[in-house]
Write a protein that binds this ligand. Structure first.
Ligand SMILES: [Fe+2]
Ligand SMILES: [Fe+2]
Length: 331
């Protein structure tokens, strides 16, 4: 007769009992979840671009009654050589190759807010949409360049605010709006532009915008993950004539909403990324300028179920885009 080892029954029993209780506990605490086989499959592939600065010199007399004549002089002697209209168009091929699903343009599509410049920007967006990419855009300070263009709300005549109409926020009126991407992901757009005085490239995050943003963020589902789009950076590293007034208020609000995962901006024309989650702020990403001849740049942001990657691209003088590096973040 073979004697059963007293420990073997124990051994057979214990792991089962242990694993069952562990599973029960995991279900109760929410630690157990089904991991799909396509965990590595991206949910969205987003092209983050900014400061396209499409330009067209205007010779109309009316420019002399506005800030536009400064913009035109600057364009003729300087900007036309530094920013090229064809450069953003050269992005469409890489966007197709990378299967970009969404293009987020964070402002300064124009140089002096003229109808001609907005028409070129509109053609660029239509070409992206023809390739089945969803384009989301917000204005920058150059898109509210003159008092007249701001008063006429020219930017909004050319570019519609795609937004979730279940929420009562519209970018043109409330300066905040939200767009549902899918899979619990939302894009929240901010318009912090105003017709800044001569020689100023400033923005304004006002108390009113802050109230609207807080109400909007509170109205979104608690499970929402948010990508925020604003033209201006969160910190002042700029000349005082180039900052966004009220940035500290926006930082305070963002620190209360940890579900804002990414803050996409432009304006500085410098390519950078900073993970500020240790300071209760989002991952802050600056795409630089996509139109700059010497240092054109953009970001490819890929959102996965539990992490995201940001791949930084820059251009050479021959309109070729080169991958610089890829950074990965757990979300
Ligand atoms: Fe710009
Ligand atoms: Fe700007």
């Amino acid at each position: 007769m073979v004697k059963k080892c007293p420990n073997s029954a124990q051994k057979n029993k214990t792991p089962r009992a242990f694993s069952l209780s562990l599973i029960k506990r995991a279900i109760y605490t929410g630690a157990l979840y089904w991991v799909p086989m396509d965990k590595k499959q991206p949910l969205f592939t987003i092209a983050h671009i900014s400061d396209l600065h499409f330009s067209k010199v205007s010779f109309g007399l009316s420019q002399f009654f506005s800030k536009r004549w400064i913009g035109n002089v600057n364009l003729i002697f300087n900007r036309r050589r530094v920013y090229k209209n064809e450069r953003p168009f050269s992005l469409i091929r890489p966007f197709i190759d990378h299967k970009v699903s969404h293009v987020c343009i964070v402002g300064d599509v124009s140089t002096t807010s003229s109808e001609e410049e907005f028409s070129i920007a509109s053609r660029f967006m239509q070409e992206c949409e023809k390739e089945h990419m969803k384009v989301l855009s917000i204005p920058g300070n150059h898109d509210a360049y003159t008092k007249r263009s701001y008063k006429r709300q020219l930017f909004y005549k050319y570019f519609q605010d795609d937004r979730d109409k279940r929420l009562p926020y519209c970018l043109q009126k409330n300066k905040v709006s939200a767009y549902f991407l899918g899979h619990e992901w939302w894009v929240v757009k901010l318009d912090t532009t105003y017709p800044a005085p001569f020689y100023h490239s400033t923005g304004k995050y006002t108390e009113e915008i802050d109230d609207n943003l807080r109400s909007l963020l509170s109205a979104l589902p608690s499970t929402a993950s948010i990508i925020m789009m604003n033209h201006f950076p969160l910190f002042y590293h700029e000349h005082p004539r180039r900052i966004m007034y009220g940035a500290e208020k926006l930082r305070e609000t963002l620190s209360m909403y940890p579900n804002v995962k990414l803050y996409l901006h432009g304006h500085t024309h410098r390519h950078s990324i900073a993970d500020l989650r240790g300071n209760h702020l989002p991952i802050v990403v600056d795409s630089g300028s996509a139109a700059h001849v010497q240092r054109g740049s953009w970001n490819l942001i890929t959102i996965y179920p539990s992490h995201c990657t940001v791949t930084m691209y820059s251009s050479d003088a021959h309109l070729q885009w080169h991958k610089q590096k890829t950074l990965s973040y757990e979300l």
